[in-house]
Write a protein that binds this ligand. Structure first.
Ligand code: B12
Length: 412
């Protein structure tokens, strides 16, 4: 079977290669199915590019990746679903069967399928599921409208393979850097997060190092980790660093981490593997100062910079907690702290359930009525911008998140 992947992500702050498509293509390269990519990221005529790609390749299915529903920035929000709906309709004009997938799609797959009128979709990591669906299409079997990609993995480790398909130089010129993944899922329990509690499937560390070496041989020099958080499984994280050192030698890379679990050994190997910047995700409510202090000391000792993403104003949180965290972080060696008090609400998260049950919190909801789907961004905000600006005072490394369209590796 032939599948045309369409990368619909046209947001440029910074531009991001679709890593998902590269892993899906890697999986298909283990089979007889064929693929091509239509990258709309820098397209000046989306409809024309779709038409050209479909006419040239004549696919049996079109796989449309939906990386994000919106930018999650309250002050500067961009909502992408209307454009995705147009792209699905455009592909439909050529009689193509459409299939959706991607990080954004997986947040609310049923609602997005209905909204976009796509024929089908795969939520979660799509590698084995996509092969199965294409096999079934080949046998002319009826396929389900929606499948959960996680159901197709039967072990906690999987041999993912990747194909390099994008023009990385073009992305690099506009500030984009290459991604790589060491596992899918997250065992965290952050109530506001759509990734919390998703099953973890690990890439064998040896393959991660080999993948980085392959990227380096292709002239790629800067990398961004695409795990939810790197240190979910300490021994796996250490092994990944060692494998990078052995297979490719140190590379310039940036990663997301949470305060725990960590060890001095991990920071030693992070440094040896070339890690230069960590985005540390913190919540002012219930912040464990001891573990954050330990984290900052290790990072500083090994010369790795830290950018903090600080969420604040959780339901029933006292304003004191933000002031205390700001004072504390001011005394730590961190390069920048973005303070965000707008929680994007998604059905299915603990935060959504909490707010739904407690009517006294409804006055903090912003963005009108959303019917039953909640596709259009709805935010919860109880700490005002004025309060946050006052709490920050004249401390230079702190900033109110949401105004600037940029990411931490561009700031530090
Ligand atoms: C790493 C990351 C970043 C890095 C990317 C670095 C890089 N060079 O790649 C940086 C920091 C740049 C970044 C920026 C942003 N990000 Co970001 N990012 C992530 C993160 C953690 C991983 C994404 C990723 O690459 N995963 C690895 C790949 C392999 O997985 P995948 O793309 O999901 O693909 C798999 C499946 O989805 C599926 N699949 C994918 N496509 C398709 C297609 C078909 C047809 C099928 C069948 C299956 C399928 O199979 C794939 C293989 O397993 C996700 C959260 C998460 N854990 O998913 C957030 C996430 C995608 N980001 C998000 C956001 C909001 C942003 C920003 C808008 C933030 C901002 N305001 O600036 C920007 C947007 C930048 C842009 N141009 O798009 C949100 C989107 C939320 C939403 N409402 O939709 C997420 C979900 C985080 C969150 N929970 O809020 N991000």
């Amino acid at each position: 079977m032939k599948i045309l992947f369409i990368n619909t992500n046209r947001y440029h702050f910074p531009p991001v290669v679709s890593l998902g498509i590269e892993y899906l293509a890697g999986e298909l390269s283990k089979t007889r199915h064929r693929f091509e990519v239509c990258d709309l990221c820098f397209s000046s005529d989306v409809n024309n590019d779709i038409e050209t790609a479909i006419k040239r390749f004549d696919p049996d299915a079109v796989g449309i990746t939906l990386r994000q529903i919106d930018t999650v920035l309250f002050q500067n929000n961009e909502y992408f679903l209307p454009e995705i709906k147009r792209i699905v309709a455009e592909c439909g004009k050529y009689g193509c069967m459409t299939m959706l997938g991607g990080a954004g799609f997986s947040i609310m797959p049923e609602a997005i399928l209905s909204y976009t009128n796509s024929d089908s979709g795969i939520s979660g990591p799509g590698e084995p599921a996509l092969v199965d669906i294409l096999n079934r299409l080949e046998r002319k079997e009826k396929i389900p409208r929606l499948v959960d990609g996680y159901d197709y993995f039967d072990a906690s480790e999987y041999h993912f393979r990747r194909e390099l398909l994008f023009d990385y130089r073009l992305y690099a010129q506009k500030g984009g850097i290459a991604g790589f993944r060491t596992h899918t899922g997250c065992d965290g329990s952050c109530l506001f997060c759509t990734e919390a509690g998703k099953r973890m499937i690990f890439h064998p560390p040896d393959l991660v190092g080999k993948e980085i070496a392959m990227l380096k041989e292709n002239g790629i020099e800067q990398f961004h980790l695409c795990d939810s958080e790197f240190n979910l499984e300490l021994s796996h994280a250490v092994s990944v660093c060692k494998s990078i050192i052995t297979n490719s030698g140190p590379v310039n890379w940036t990663l997301y981490m949470k305060p725990e679990p960590v060890s001095e050994e991990l920071f030693f190997y992070l440094q040896q593997s070339g890690a230069r910047l960590i985005t540390l995700s913190l919540n002012s409510s219930g912040c464990d100062f001891g573990s954050v202090e330990k984290f900052c000391c290790y990072a500083s000792h090994y010369g790795i910079k830290i950018a903090v993403d600080l969420s604040t104003g959780f339901p029933n949180e006292h304003q004191d907690s933000l002031e205390k965290v700001i004072d504390f972080l001011d005394s730590m060696e961190v390069s920048t702290v973005g303070v965000n008090s707008f929680y994007r609400l998604y059905p299915g998260t603990g935060l959504y359930d909490l707010i739904k049950k407690d009517e006294s919190l409804h006055r903090f909801l912003i963005n009108g009525t959303h019917g039953d789907t909640f596709l259009e961004p709805l935010f919860y905000n109880s700490f005002t911008e004025d309060f946050i600006v006052k709490a920050i005072g004249n401390r230079k490394k702190f900033r109110v998140e949401g105004f600037e369209k940029a990411t931490n590796y561009q700031r530090v």
